[in-house]
Ligand binder design. Sequence first.
Ligand code: SF4
Length: 313
Amino acid sequence: MNDTSDLVAELKKRGAQKVALQFPEGLKRRAAEYATALKTAGFDVIVSGDPCYGACDLAVDTLALADVLIHFGHAPVDDLQNVIFEPYHVGFDVTVLKHALPLLKGKTICLVTTVQHVHLVPEMAAFLQLQGIDTRIGAGSTRTPFRGQVLGCSFAAAKVPGADEILFVGTGLFHAIGIAIATRKRVIALDPLTGIAQDVNGDTLLRRRFAVIEKARNAKTIGIILSTKSGQQRMALAQHLSSLSPNATIVTLREVSPDELLNLGFACYVNTACPRLAYDDQVRFPVPVLSPQEFEIVCGVRTWDDYAIDEIP
Ligand code: SF4
């Protein structure tokens, strides 16, 4: 467990007595340790046990029972009073980047990573510069406050003008594939924990999405999913999409699950909640779940050549 002395000092500065804790799924097993440490420091503690996958899903119901919510493991995606965002850094030896060097062909690269590793961006950039690689770091967006940080719903830091290709350092391939589609540039993904580097492109995802779009064309009823989570709610987008078809109806949902979609009975859905749902989970869903841009293609207001990956601004 990280040292809690800074957290304790911040809570005292805010005059907090009742403290709510929220952890993403990968850190939940630390809940008891943190609760004990803060109770020992004199605070009343309550833990949010609901599933959480991002700072877009703050435990506002649990915060209502406390003075302050401590949200672990994510950077803020919007402003909310009485929330402390507590980072959870995962370190590694930056010389692991040597495994990516044989795959880098461009003169200038853009370096991006996820929030767990973002504290190492200056060190990684210095390592690449030492190898003679002109390395650029993008500023990101309001959803990605750290330089070089990307999220599954925001690839702004990868859109650096003048970069020939992009080096993504992180685990999993979703971010790298998303960056490839969002930037239309060559992307190398390096897993810093295994040292495995690979050339990534969006072709397989795009082929799968083309098939989903074709399947959705005959749907007579369309549910436009509008999330009720604090950082995923895109009402203006849902209204725009709903206006494109007389068969479309906005449906609010907190958790988007195969069972809920089946029970609701629409022949097709359009997802304005977390963009990853449509791309990652289609195999679990009983009917086509389109991204907003894919629904625009079905409705004839966007062409396949203008395909774009869904990002939340
Ligand atoms: S919307 Fe999805 S990708 Fe974006 S922060 Fe939330 S969980 Fe992560």
